[in-house]
Design a protein around this ligand. Sequence first.
Ligand SMILES: *[C@@H]1O[C@H](CO)[C@@H](O)[C@H](O)[C@H]1NC(C)=O
Ligand SMILES: *[C@@H]1O[C@H](CO)[C@@H](O)[C@H](O)[C@H]1NC(C)=O
Length: 161
Amino acid sequence: MKNTPRLICLLLAAYLPNELLASKYTDSILTKSTAAKGVLRCGKTPLKDAHVWLFRNTTLQDDDILDYVVTGPDGSFSLEGHTGGRPSENMGIKPKLRFFHKCDHTKDSYRAFNFAYNETYTNLGRITRKTFDLGEFNLQLQMPGETTEKKLYEGKPKKFE
Ligand SMILES: *[C@@H]1O[C@H](CO)[C@@H](O)[C@H](O)[C@H]1NC(C)=O
Ligand SMILES: *[C@@H]1O[C@H](CO)[C@@H](O)[C@H](O)[C@H]1NC(C)=O
């Protein structure tokens, strides 16, 4: 009798569509995860209301957003995500952060820049084991490739199952 649960599983598996089993298998071997954190400042003041996105690759397409946060009064952000459930060709991670903020900027627009971090801060599987820590970062600094954007970027993380 102690084999009954296993038998039920086997019976269930026999009725699952093959594509579903195949996709779960692909998922388990190709899914990657990453996380990033840091504390944003504007001079000595923690930077509130900065928008930060984590992308799974450097092309920054809307579908590639893994996570998004807006900093609170302490200026800190913490982002994480995995590529589970995505098409297998989109399961890799070349992590990139995007920032929109108004440090030293009074205009009705945002300062924006992107920042890629090393792929060594990614791991296989849905559970994040590596976190890139930006540390304390003063956004008074003009970043390479920085732009001024009239509108807030509105991309949101897309959920895949
Ligand atoms: C990023 O992923 C998209 C698909 O979501 C793909 O079209 C593009 O080629 C990828 N770019 C890089 C640099 O990996
Ligand atoms: C990423 O980190 C690895 C290990 O520390 C290093 O060998 C490699 O050069 C780094 N890559 C980039 C693009 O900085």
